[in-house]
Write a protein that binds this ligand. Structure first.
Ligand code: AMP
Length: 279
């Protein structure tokens, strides 16, 4: 696996591969890799001739400087993991060089700018869109892989690709969980053993919503589920929304695809997750 840190080098390398007709799969990450990330890499390896993974803790997408400072860094282990699964390129830029001459753009994502992550993390998605836009300009991936775990981010990336006319296909990948249902996340590394156990309440609450969705008005169910989860952790939001329009609806209907979205704090660590309510 070749490690590249310079933007110009990744650009010329990808251009040369593209000129040879190679398909390029791209998996952006912030490192501290786990099985969830590896599932994305493996899918990319199956579907493309060349796979590039990036590791970049993007300062622009952190609205909380403490969270940025404490973000786990396991770069050497990550590099080894990527080499072992057969990833071809690791792009690991340095922020100053990567953003040299790049102005943070203003975006209006419509409703996506107002709800859930956008309202709790001001500027977060503008930071995400800025970094993804830069990555796509230099890598020009045939396909790029994103996890459903960050469902609103996935919608933002799809919006970005449509609005900036990138010629890349966005592939979504299901959330990888541990045996108790807890979504794997780099931030879980900062939870105590007790915290990991307590965090299972997130999945249990989502499972409660799945089970009860056909029997209660959806927003009443959201309130019940919030109360249930509040006994284990500090809930930032728990929303039940139609998963394509992100609209709040009260009644279950067969045409709609509904999803429960949760953000909560446990031991000072912010955890997010979501699950489809449709059978
Ligand atoms: P991150 O390093 O947290 O920025 O995540 C990089 C990519 O991996 C994003 O597209 C995430 O949605 C995805 N991802 C993170 N955790 C998981 C998981 N447990 N299952 C599937 N994909 C994940």
């Amino acid at each position: 696996m070749k490690v590249i840190t310079k933007k110009e080098e990744v650009k010329s390398t990808m251009e040369a591969l593209s000129d040879l007709g190679k398909s390029i799969g791209f998996v952006p990450t912030m490192g501290a890799l786990h099985e969830g990330h590896l599932a994305l890499i493996e899918k990319s390896l199956k579907e493309n001739e060349v796979t590039v993974c990036s590791i970049f803790v993007n300062p622009l997408q952190f609205n909380n400087s403490e969270d940025f400072k404490r973000y786990p860094n396991t770069f050497d282990a990550d590099k080894q993991m990527l080499a072992e699964v057969g990833c071809h390129f690791l792009f690991a830029p340095i922020a100053d060089e990567f953003y040299h001459g790049v102005a943070q753009k203003k975006y209006d994502f419509g409703l996506l700018s107002e709800i859930m992550e956008a309202s709790y993390r001001p500027g977060h998605f503008e930071g995400v869109a800025t970094v993804i836009s830069e990555f796509f300009q230099v890598i020009e991936p045939t396909r790029a892989y994103f996890g459903e775990k960050d469902y609103q981010q996935l919608a933002i990336v799809r919006w970005l690709v449509a609005h900036e006319n990138f010629n890349s296909e966005i592939i979504s990948c299901p959330t990888v969980r541990n045996e108790s249902g807890l979504a794997l996340s780099s931030r879980n590394q900062r939870l105590s053993k007790k915290g990991v156990k307590e965090a299972e309440a997130i999945y249990q609450t989502m499972a409660f919503c799945v089970k009860n969705a056909p029997h209660y008005p959806l927003q009443d169910l959201a309130k019940m589920a919030t109360q249930k989860l509040q006994s284990s952790m500090e809930v930032e939001y728990l929303e039940i929304l139609e998963e394509r329009s992100f609209q709040k609806m009260q009644e279950w209907n067969k045409e709609g695809r509904f999803r429960v979205f949760i953000a909560a704090q446990l031991e000072g660590i912010r955890l997010i997750d979501n699950l489809s309510l449709n059978p």
